[in-house]
Design a protein around this ligand. Structure first.
Ligand code: C5P
Length: 224
């Protein structure tokens, strides 16, 4: 059903993994499938928002009523998102963006030779942190934190560093949370310090819970 607070709002979601090319046929990537981000985009569209989904490569179908921008690398995703920084009311960073990319892209396929090959990697830009640096009043920024220890503590630090309003933390060492499964067990950390430990739920249900919090954050502000 249409949500009066989210209806017409401009929501951008990032989803999936990025691919960082080594040469024309090889890349570095991770196990993210995009399920959480796609669930968020579907749910935001269902509530009447104008949704742009910036998605890394994957097998999920484009959600109905959502503008999908397909990207490959972290730098592509960064460009697609930052181009919409002034447009968006809400950004939700559900993508598992590669922190590093190969320092050089080899234009020809790397040949096998020596027994040992050393790859040099360089840092990628941080998409959400860059949105956080230019956040305008009224914009709501939501991040995810996949952690293996001290969940809430690292999440809180990330919220501060990236100037976010809400962070969704999950322990990726648990088999029912994280990559390539349909469920998630999340801890929500709010900017005001509140922490909510959510029970195990489907990614669709978690998407709804997150958008309830986003609507509450938007509702405290004047529209337009
Ligand atoms: O710092 P960390 O990668 O753990 O932060 C995770 C959050 O930041 C996620 O919301 C992710 O989508 C976002 N992120 C990003 N750009 C990056 C790295 C992470 O937007 N380069």
């Amino acid at each position: 059903a249409v949500d009066p607070t989210l209806a017409g709002r401009r929501v951008l979601v990032t989803a999936g993994a990025t691919r960082e090319a080594l040469d024309p046929v090889r890349f570095l990537s991770n196990r993210s499938t995009g399920k959480m981000g796609y669930a968020l985009a579907r749910e935001a569209a269902r509530r009447g928002a104008q949704v742009v989904l910036v998605a890394g490569p994957g097998n999920l179908p484009d959600p109905e009523g959502v503008e999908v921008v397909h990207v490959e690398s972290a730098r592509d995703m960064h460009a697609a998102v930052l181009a919409r920084a002034g447009w968006l009311d809400v950004a939700i960073g559900a993508a598992a963006v590669a922190d590093y990319r190969p320092a050089v892209f080899q234009p020809h396929k790397i040949k096998k030779g020596e027994d040992r090959l050393v790859l040099e990697l360089v840092r990628n830009p941080d998409i959400l942190a860059d949105l956080g640096r230019q956040k305008r009043p009224g914009q709501v920024l939501v991040g995810f934190a996949a952690e293996t220890a001290d969940l809430a503590e690292y999440a809180r630090r990330k919220l501060e560093e990236k100037n976010l309003d809400l962070i969704v933390a999950n322990d990726v060492t648990q088999p029912d949370a994280g990559f390539a499964v349909d469920t998630n067990r999340a801890v929500l950390v709010h900017r005001d310090g509140r922490q909510e430990d959510l029970p195990l739920m489907s990614k669709d249900a978690l998407a709804a819970a997150i958008l309830d919090r986003v609507a509450a954050l938007l509702g405290r502000r004047d529209p337009e």
